[in-house]
Design a binder for this molecule. Sequence first.
Ligand SMILES: Nc1nc2c(ncn2[C@@H]2O[C@H](COP(=O)(O)OP(=O)(O)OP(=O)(O)O)[C@@H](O)[C@H]2O)c(=O)[nH]1
Ligand SMILES: [Mg+2]
Length: 340
Amino acid sequence: MMRGEQENLSQTAAQSALSAADQALVDGVLAGQLRALAKTITLTESSREDHKARAAAVLEALLPASGRALRVGISGVPGVGKSTFIEAFGLHLIGQGLRVAVLAVDPSSSLRGGSILGDKTRMERLSQRPEAFIRPSPSAGSLGGVAEKTRETMLVCEAAGFDVVIVETVGVGQSETAVAGMTDIFCLLQLPNAGDELQGIKKGIMELADLIVINKADLDASAARRAQSQLKAALHMLRPASPNWSVPVLRLSALQKTGVQEFWETVCRFRDTMRRTGEFDARRRHQALAWMWELIDTGLRSRFRADAGVRAELPSLQAAVEAGTTSPSAAARRLLGHLN
Ligand SMILES: Nc1nc2c(ncn2[C@@H]2O[C@H](COP(=O)(O)OP(=O)(O)OP(=O)(O)O)[C@@H](O)[C@H]2O)c(=O)[nH]1
Ligand SMILES: [Mg+2]
């Protein structure tokens, strides 16, 4: 553990610690080569200890070239049209001369066999374009693990020169919070019919959204308009995340590719407004620190659980707390004492 930390720090200081093969990976990514990009991402996703050390050094070397892309989060319940929309949006961006990476945070993908982005058929045209890079969700297991890998993949894609990184997530569970916490703009896709019960959208997710899109507007135009005004009304009841931005509600058809241009213009307006007010950089700084603390918390927790003294005392102290013979605070203090 100690040795690993020191190694990482010295590698930060001097990248000379990179092997020739890893330096070639770094050079390949910086040159925008998709093969090097895919190999680097595979390295960062590996759970082997030697791979982890190499991946950390490669990421550190790529870091100065990262950060230049616009990071767009896309969320919505299964079937709302995320894949169809990302295909249409991605092709639109390519039409503007931009390069697009599509990543996913789907903690259930290991169970479902990677359905999110696994179905490249729905992004068939996008996946064939050399200006696009599509990477399915890592099947690392826990949400924290999956989100961590996606964050790293995002940095690698940025170093490879992609202009826009789209991160897709399913609209269930905690994964929206994770994706909102790694993107510059978080967009929520909605169905036109469901305005009625506010589509079972949890208030918490509405609060995360910088932009709401009603997809499949082609199915029922008047229902889509109704959903739009209902959502706007609901948004008025929420405290806005930024005093400089009121969350727009757009209508769109991913299938017929209508409204995609307006979507991109709205995203750009958001980016420009946030840049002007300084909120863009503030959000990224906040995200970077939150990421660091998340890793520290995870690291401390696993170190705690692996500690021999903790393991020896934990069962009896847990029993004592349950029985009421030791107070939770005394037990916690005693257990934490082992980490000194
Ligand atoms: N009529 C209509 N159908 C659409 C539209 N967008 C998507 N669909 C259809 O809705 C179905 C689901 O679309 P997907 O893009 O796979 O939805 P998704 O949100 O990616 O679904 P999951 O990956 O399962 O979470 C497909 O049959 C699409 O063809 C749209 O704008 N209009
Ligand atoms: Mg999909």
